[in-house]
Design a protein around this ligand. Structure first.
Ligand SMILES: *Cc1c(COP(=O)(O)O)cnc(C)c1O
Length: 375
Protein backbone atom coordinates (compact mmCIF):
# COMPACT_ATOMS: atom_id res chain seq x y z
CA UNK A 1 0.00 0.00 0.00
CA UNK A 2 1.33 3.40 -0.96
CA UNK A 3 2.29 5.33 2.16
CA UNK A 4 2.20 9.06 1.46
CA UNK A 5 4.68 9.99 4.20
CA UNK A 6 8.27 10.75 3.27
CA UNK A 7 10.74 7.87 3.41
CA UNK A 8 12.53 9.48 6.35
CA UNK A 9 9.30 9.47 8.35
CA UNK A 10 8.42 5.95 7.24
CA UNK A 11 11.86 4.65 8.18
CA UNK A 12 11.40 5.90 11.74
CA UNK A 13 7.75 5.11 12.36
CA UNK A 14 6.35 2.32 10.16
CA UNK A 15 5.98 -0.90 12.16
CA UNK A 16 7.39 0.72 15.31
CA UNK A 17 4.24 0.74 17.42
CA UNK A 18 6.06 0.82 20.78
CA UNK A 19 5.41 -1.04 23.99
CA UNK A 20 1.76 -1.21 25.13
CA UNK A 21 2.65 -2.79 28.47
CA UNK A 22 5.03 -0.16 29.84
CA UNK A 23 4.65 2.71 27.41
CA UNK A 24 8.17 2.38 25.99
CA UNK A 25 8.43 4.14 22.64
CA UNK A 26 10.27 1.34 20.85
CA UNK A 27 9.12 -2.19 20.11
CA UNK A 28 9.99 -4.73 22.80
CA UNK A 29 11.93 -7.82 21.71
CA UNK A 30 9.77 -10.95 21.95
CA UNK A 31 12.16 -13.91 21.94
CA UNK A 32 9.49 -16.57 22.65
CA UNK A 33 9.51 -19.69 20.50
CA UNK A 34 6.39 -21.01 22.24
CA UNK A 35 3.11 -19.06 22.24
CA UNK A 36 -0.37 -19.84 23.50
CA UNK A 37 -2.35 -21.10 20.49
CA UNK A 38 -5.92 -20.08 21.42
CA UNK A 39 -6.28 -17.54 18.62
CA UNK A 40 -3.38 -17.91 16.17
CA UNK A 41 -0.34 -20.17 16.10
CA UNK A 42 2.68 -17.88 16.38
CA UNK A 43 6.02 -19.55 15.74
CA UNK A 44 9.29 -18.07 14.45
CA UNK A 45 9.47 -20.47 11.49
CA UNK A 46 5.93 -19.42 10.50
CA UNK A 47 7.33 -15.91 9.92
CA UNK A 48 4.58 -14.40 12.09
CA UNK A 49 6.15 -13.40 15.42
CA UNK A 50 6.02 -9.75 16.55
CA UNK A 51 9.58 -8.62 15.72
CA UNK A 52 9.56 -10.32 12.32
CA UNK A 53 6.25 -8.66 11.52
CA UNK A 54 7.30 -5.20 12.72
CA UNK A 55 10.44 -5.27 10.58
CA UNK A 56 8.59 -6.53 7.51
CA UNK A 57 6.07 -3.72 7.98
CA UNK A 58 8.83 -1.11 7.85
CA UNK A 59 10.53 -2.57 4.77
CA UNK A 60 7.19 -3.12 2.99
CA UNK A 61 6.29 0.53 3.62
CA UNK A 62 9.67 1.66 2.25
CA UNK A 63 9.25 -0.54 -0.85
CA UNK A 64 5.53 0.17 -1.41
CA UNK A 65 4.85 -3.55 -1.02
CA UNK A 66 1.80 -5.17 0.58
CA UNK A 67 3.66 -7.82 2.55
CA UNK A 68 6.93 -9.69 2.90
CA UNK A 69 9.10 -12.09 4.87
CA UNK A 70 12.36 -11.80 6.83
CA UNK A 71 14.97 -14.50 6.22
CA UNK A 72 18.19 -15.57 7.90
CA UNK A 73 20.25 -14.46 4.85
CA UNK A 74 19.89 -12.82 1.47
CA UNK A 75 20.46 -16.16 -0.25
CA UNK A 76 17.67 -17.73 1.85
CA UNK A 77 15.34 -14.98 0.63
CA UNK A 78 16.36 -15.43 -3.02
CA UNK A 79 16.42 -19.22 -3.22
CA UNK A 80 13.30 -19.73 -1.09
CA UNK A 81 11.33 -17.26 -3.24
CA UNK A 82 12.56 -18.89 -6.44
CA UNK A 83 11.88 -22.48 -5.38
CA UNK A 84 8.48 -21.49 -3.96
CA UNK A 85 7.38 -20.03 -7.29
CA UNK A 86 8.77 -22.77 -9.57
CA UNK A 87 8.56 -26.49 -10.16
CA UNK A 88 10.44 -29.09 -12.22
CA UNK A 89 10.05 -28.36 -15.92
CA UNK A 90 9.91 -24.58 -15.48
CA UNK A 91 12.37 -22.17 -17.10
CA UNK A 92 13.95 -18.96 -15.72
CA UNK A 93 15.57 -16.12 -17.62
CA UNK A 94 18.34 -14.46 -15.59
CA UNK A 95 20.30 -11.43 -16.59
CA UNK A 96 23.92 -12.48 -16.93
CA UNK A 97 25.38 -9.95 -14.46
CA UNK A 98 24.43 -11.45 -11.13
CA UNK A 99 25.75 -11.44 -7.59
CA UNK A 100 28.39 -14.23 -7.53
CA UNK A 101 26.44 -16.30 -4.99
CA UNK A 102 23.26 -16.19 -7.05
CA UNK A 103 25.16 -17.01 -10.24
CA UNK A 104 26.83 -20.00 -8.60
CA UNK A 105 23.57 -21.17 -7.02
CA UNK A 106 21.87 -21.11 -10.43
CA UNK A 107 24.74 -23.07 -11.96
CA UNK A 108 24.83 -25.75 -9.28
CA UNK A 109 21.28 -26.08 -7.89
CA UNK A 110 18.63 -25.47 -10.53
CA UNK A 111 19.24 -28.17 -13.13
CA UNK A 112 19.28 -30.98 -10.60
CA UNK A 113 15.77 -29.96 -9.54
CA UNK A 114 14.66 -30.00 -13.16
CA UNK A 115 14.57 -26.22 -13.55
CA UNK A 116 16.13 -24.88 -16.74
CA UNK A 117 17.49 -21.40 -17.23
CA UNK A 118 19.11 -19.02 -19.66
CA UNK A 119 21.23 -15.98 -18.91
CA UNK A 120 20.93 -12.98 -21.19
CA UNK A 121 22.64 -9.63 -21.65
CA UNK A 122 20.33 -7.16 -19.92
CA UNK A 123 21.66 -4.12 -21.80
CA UNK A 124 18.83 -4.66 -24.29
CA UNK A 125 15.53 -5.70 -22.62
CA UNK A 126 14.47 -7.33 -25.93
CA UNK A 127 16.96 -10.11 -25.11
CA UNK A 128 14.60 -11.26 -22.35
CA UNK A 129 11.69 -11.48 -24.75
CA UNK A 130 13.77 -13.45 -27.25
CA UNK A 131 14.70 -16.02 -24.61
CA UNK A 132 11.08 -16.75 -23.60
CA UNK A 133 9.96 -20.37 -24.14
CA UNK A 134 6.63 -21.96 -23.42
CA UNK A 135 8.09 -23.29 -20.11
CA UNK A 136 9.31 -19.85 -18.98
CA UNK A 137 7.83 -18.79 -15.62
CA UNK A 138 10.21 -16.21 -14.20
CA UNK A 139 12.46 -13.33 -15.20
CA UNK A 140 15.15 -12.43 -12.67
CA UNK A 141 17.13 -9.18 -12.73
CA UNK A 142 19.59 -7.29 -10.51
CA UNK A 143 20.32 -3.58 -10.98
CA UNK A 144 22.73 -1.92 -10.42
CA UNK A 145 24.67 -5.13 -10.92
CA UNK A 146 27.68 -6.44 -9.06
CA UNK A 147 30.51 -5.53 -9.61
CA UNK A 148 30.21 -3.56 -12.86
CA UNK A 149 27.21 -1.44 -11.82
CA UNK A 150 25.39 -2.21 -15.05
CA UNK A 151 21.84 -0.88 -15.26
CA UNK A 152 18.82 -2.91 -16.36
CA UNK A 153 15.70 -1.04 -17.49
CA UNK A 154 13.30 -2.31 -14.82
CA UNK A 155 10.06 -0.94 -16.31
CA UNK A 156 10.91 -2.32 -19.77
CA UNK A 157 11.57 -5.82 -18.38
CA UNK A 158 8.40 -5.71 -16.25
CA UNK A 159 6.38 -4.76 -19.31
CA UNK A 160 7.69 -7.71 -21.34
CA UNK A 161 6.98 -10.05 -18.42
CA UNK A 162 3.40 -8.79 -18.02
CA UNK A 163 2.76 -9.22 -21.74
CA UNK A 164 3.80 -12.89 -21.46
CA UNK A 165 2.26 -13.43 -18.00
CA UNK A 166 5.62 -14.16 -16.34
CA UNK A 167 6.61 -13.44 -12.75
CA UNK A 168 9.44 -10.94 -12.23
CA UNK A 169 11.99 -10.99 -9.43
CA UNK A 170 14.62 -8.36 -8.70
CA UNK A 171 17.58 -8.32 -6.33
CA UNK A 172 17.39 -4.71 -5.09
CA UNK A 173 20.31 -4.98 -2.66
CA UNK A 174 22.69 -2.50 -4.32
CA UNK A 175 20.11 0.26 -4.70
CA UNK A 176 18.48 -0.23 -1.26
CA UNK A 177 14.83 0.70 -0.69
CA UNK A 178 15.94 4.33 -0.41
CA UNK A 179 17.12 4.71 -4.01
CA UNK A 180 14.89 2.38 -6.01
CA UNK A 181 11.42 0.86 -5.57
CA UNK A 182 10.89 -1.82 -8.25
CA UNK A 183 7.27 -2.58 -7.29
CA UNK A 184 6.36 0.94 -8.48
CA UNK A 185 7.90 -0.05 -11.83
CA UNK A 186 5.83 -3.24 -12.20
CA UNK A 187 8.10 -5.87 -10.59
CA UNK A 188 6.39 -8.68 -8.63
CA UNK A 189 8.96 -9.86 -6.07
CA UNK A 190 11.75 -7.73 -4.57
CA UNK A 191 14.56 -9.33 -2.57
CA UNK A 192 17.34 -7.78 -0.51
CA UNK A 193 20.40 -9.07 1.17
CA UNK A 194 19.55 -7.19 4.38
CA UNK A 195 23.13 -7.89 5.40
CA UNK A 196 24.10 -4.86 3.31
CA UNK A 197 22.34 -1.44 3.37
CA UNK A 198 19.32 -2.55 5.42
CA UNK A 199 21.55 -3.72 8.30
CA UNK A 200 24.08 -1.08 7.36
CA UNK A 201 26.65 -1.65 10.11
CA UNK A 202 28.45 -4.82 8.94
CA UNK A 203 27.24 -6.71 11.99
CA UNK A 204 24.26 -8.83 11.00
CA UNK A 205 23.07 -11.24 8.30
CA UNK A 206 19.52 -11.27 7.02
CA UNK A 207 17.41 -11.38 3.89
CA UNK A 208 14.09 -9.91 2.85
CA UNK A 209 11.44 -10.53 0.22
CA UNK A 210 8.53 -8.16 -0.34
CA UNK A 211 5.65 -8.47 -2.79
CA UNK A 212 1.86 -8.57 -3.04
CA UNK A 213 -0.13 -10.32 -0.27
CA UNK A 214 -0.91 -13.13 -2.71
CA UNK A 215 2.65 -13.92 -3.80
CA UNK A 216 3.96 -13.47 -0.26
CA UNK A 217 1.47 -16.08 0.97
CA UNK A 218 2.63 -18.48 -1.74
CA UNK A 219 6.30 -17.96 -0.86
CA UNK A 220 5.55 -18.20 2.87
CA UNK A 221 3.91 -21.61 2.43
CA UNK A 222 7.21 -23.01 1.09
CA UNK A 223 9.39 -20.85 3.34
CA UNK A 224 7.91 -22.63 6.36
CA UNK A 225 9.27 -25.89 4.92
CA UNK A 226 12.69 -24.53 3.95
CA UNK A 227 13.00 -22.98 7.39
CA UNK A 228 15.23 -19.97 6.75
CA UNK A 229 13.41 -17.60 9.13
CA UNK A 230 15.05 -14.79 11.11
CA UNK A 231 15.19 -14.74 14.93
CA UNK A 232 13.61 -12.03 17.09
CA UNK A 233 16.86 -10.41 18.24
CA UNK A 234 18.23 -9.95 14.74
CA UNK A 235 14.82 -8.83 13.49
CA UNK A 236 14.89 -6.12 16.14
CA UNK A 237 18.42 -5.08 15.16
CA UNK A 238 17.25 -4.79 11.56
CA UNK A 239 14.26 -2.68 12.61
CA UNK A 240 16.59 -0.40 14.58
CA UNK A 241 19.01 -0.11 11.65
CA UNK A 242 16.19 0.82 9.29
CA UNK A 243 15.40 3.95 11.33
CA UNK A 244 18.57 5.54 9.93
CA UNK A 245 18.66 3.94 6.48
CA UNK A 246 17.62 7.10 4.64
CA UNK A 247 20.26 9.25 6.38
CA UNK A 248 22.95 6.64 5.79
CA UNK A 249 22.16 5.95 2.15
CA UNK A 250 21.80 9.64 1.28
CA UNK A 251 25.31 10.25 2.64
CA UNK A 252 26.61 7.17 0.82
CA UNK A 253 25.06 8.44 -2.44
CA UNK A 254 26.78 11.80 -1.99
CA UNK A 255 30.16 10.33 -1.07
CA UNK A 256 30.09 7.83 -3.96
CA UNK A 257 29.41 10.61 -6.44
CA UNK A 258 32.33 12.67 -5.10
CA UNK A 259 34.65 9.64 -5.18
CA UNK A 260 33.56 8.55 -8.67
CA UNK A 261 34.40 12.01 -10.05
CA UNK A 262 37.69 12.06 -8.17
CA UNK A 263 38.71 8.58 -9.42
CA UNK A 264 37.79 9.48 -12.98
CA UNK A 265 40.37 12.25 -12.89
CA UNK A 266 43.17 10.17 -11.33
CA UNK A 267 45.81 9.22 -13.92
CA UNK A 268 46.60 5.93 -12.08
CA UNK A 269 43.00 4.77 -12.46
CA UNK A 270 41.44 3.35 -15.61
CA UNK A 271 37.74 2.86 -16.13
CA UNK A 272 35.34 3.95 -13.34
CA UNK A 273 31.91 2.27 -13.16
CA UNK A 274 29.30 4.40 -11.41
CA UNK A 275 25.75 4.93 -12.72
CA UNK A 276 25.80 8.54 -11.52
CA UNK A 277 28.51 9.45 -14.04
CA UNK A 278 27.17 10.94 -17.27
CA UNK A 279 29.42 8.68 -19.38
CA UNK A 280 28.03 5.48 -17.77
CA UNK A 281 26.08 3.58 -20.46
CA UNK A 282 23.10 3.15 -18.10
CA UNK A 283 23.10 6.71 -16.76
CA UNK A 284 19.86 7.94 -18.31
CA UNK A 285 17.91 4.81 -17.28
CA UNK A 286 19.43 4.95 -13.79
CA UNK A 287 18.34 8.58 -13.52
CA UNK A 288 14.79 7.54 -14.38
CA UNK A 289 14.48 4.55 -12.05
CA UNK A 290 16.82 5.35 -9.14
CA UNK A 291 14.70 8.15 -7.74
CA UNK A 292 16.61 8.51 -4.47
CA UNK A 293 20.16 8.52 -5.85
CA UNK A 294 22.75 6.41 -7.64
CA UNK A 295 23.88 4.40 -4.62
CA UNK A 296 27.05 3.89 -2.63
CA UNK A 297 28.70 1.22 -4.82
CA UNK A 298 31.27 1.82 -7.52
CA UNK A 299 34.09 -0.10 -9.15
CA UNK A 300 37.23 0.88 -11.03
CA UNK A 301 40.23 -0.60 -12.78
CA UNK A 302 43.61 0.17 -11.32
CA UNK A 303 46.47 0.60 -13.77
CA UNK A 304 49.08 -0.62 -11.25
CA UNK A 305 49.22 -3.59 -8.88
CA UNK A 306 45.94 -3.96 -6.91
CA UNK A 307 47.56 -5.90 -4.03
CA UNK A 308 50.12 -3.17 -3.32
CA UNK A 309 47.40 -0.51 -3.47
CA UNK A 310 45.12 -2.42 -1.09
CA UNK A 311 47.97 -2.88 1.41
CA UNK A 312 48.71 0.85 1.48
CA UNK A 313 45.12 1.91 2.26
CA UNK A 314 44.73 2.90 5.91
CA UNK A 315 41.20 4.19 6.45
CA UNK A 316 39.50 2.11 3.75
CA UNK A 317 39.33 -1.51 4.83
CA UNK A 318 39.87 -4.51 2.59
CA UNK A 319 36.78 -6.62 3.19
CA UNK A 320 34.03 -8.65 1.57
CA UNK A 321 30.38 -7.62 1.83
CA UNK A 322 29.15 -4.05 1.44
CA UNK A 323 26.68 -1.41 2.51
CA UNK A 324 28.16 -0.62 5.93
CA UNK A 325 28.78 2.81 7.42
CA UNK A 326 32.53 2.22 6.92
CA UNK A 327 34.11 2.33 3.45
CA UNK A 328 35.39 -1.06 2.30
CA UNK A 329 37.15 -2.30 -0.80
CA UNK A 330 37.42 -5.71 -2.42
CA UNK A 331 38.76 -7.45 -5.48
CA UNK A 332 35.81 -9.25 -7.16
CA UNK A 333 38.24 -11.77 -8.65
CA UNK A 334 39.25 -12.84 -5.12
CA UNK A 335 35.85 -12.51 -3.47
CA UNK A 336 32.35 -12.33 -4.96
CA UNK A 337 33.37 -13.86 -8.30
CA UNK A 338 36.11 -16.23 -7.09
CA UNK A 339 33.98 -19.28 -7.93
CA UNK A 340 33.76 -18.32 -11.60
CA UNK A 341 36.44 -19.50 -13.99
CA UNK A 342 38.80 -16.84 -15.46
CA UNK A 343 37.02 -17.38 -18.79
CA UNK A 344 33.60 -16.79 -17.23
CA UNK A 345 34.89 -13.62 -15.58
CA UNK A 346 36.39 -12.40 -18.83
CA UNK A 347 33.05 -12.93 -20.61
CA UNK A 348 31.39 -10.78 -17.95
CA UNK A 349 34.07 -8.07 -18.29
CA UNK A 350 35.48 -8.55 -14.78
CA UNK A 351 39.22 -7.89 -15.03
CA UNK A 352 41.80 -8.99 -12.45
CA UNK A 353 42.55 -5.30 -11.86
CA UNK A 354 38.96 -4.42 -11.03
CA UNK A 355 38.35 -3.16 -7.48
CA UNK A 356 34.95 -2.61 -5.93
CA UNK A 357 34.37 0.15 -3.42
CA UNK A 358 31.50 0.20 -0.94
CA UNK A 359 31.39 3.84 0.09
CA UNK A 360 30.54 4.59 3.71
CA UNK A 361 29.31 7.68 5.54
CA UNK A 362 32.72 9.18 6.40
CA UNK A 363 33.87 12.60 5.19
CA UNK A 364 34.58 12.20 1.46
CA UNK A 365 37.75 14.31 1.76
CA UNK A 366 39.24 11.82 4.25
CA UNK A 367 38.51 8.94 1.88
CA UNK A 368 40.10 10.74 -1.07
CA UNK A 369 43.19 11.51 1.00
CA UNK A 370 43.54 7.81 1.85
CA UNK A 371 43.22 6.78 -1.81
CA UNK A 372 45.67 9.49 -2.91
CA UNK A 373 48.37 8.35 -0.48
CA UNK A 374 47.85 4.69 -1.47
CA UNK A 375 48.18 5.48 -5.19
C1 LIG B 1 25.37 -10.20 -0.43
C2 LIG B 1 24.43 -10.29 -1.55
C3 LIG B 1 23.53 -11.36 -1.67
C4 LIG B 1 23.52 -12.52 -0.69
O1 LIG B 1 23.17 -12.12 0.57
P1 LIG B 1 23.61 -12.87 1.93
O2 LIG B 1 22.98 -12.04 2.99
O3 LIG B 1 25.10 -12.90 1.95
O4 LIG B 1 23.06 -14.25 1.85
C5 LIG B 1 22.65 -11.35 -2.73
N1 LIG B 1 22.66 -10.36 -3.64
C6 LIG B 1 23.50 -9.32 -3.57
C7 LIG B 1 23.46 -8.27 -4.61
C8 LIG B 1 24.42 -9.25 -2.52
O5 LIG B 1 25.27 -8.23 -2.47
Amino acid sequence: MKNTQSKRTISVHAGSAGDPQYGGIVNPIYPASAYNYDTEVLYPRYYNTPNQKATVEKISALENAEDGLMFSSGMAAIMTSMFALLKAGDHIIFQNDLYGGTHHAALTELNRYGIEYDMVDAADPANFEQAIRKETKLIYIETPSNPLLKITDIAAVAKIAKKHKLITMIDNTFASPVNQNPIDLGIDVVTHSGTKYIGGHSDLVCGVMVSSKKLTAKIKASAQHFGGSLDANTSYMVERSLKTIVLRVQQQNKNAMVLARFLENEPAIGKVNYPGLKNHPGHSIAKKQMKGGFGGMLSFELKGNPDAFLKRLKLIKKAVSLGGVETTISSPMETSHAKLTPAERATLGISDKLLRLSVGIEEAEDLMRDIRQAL
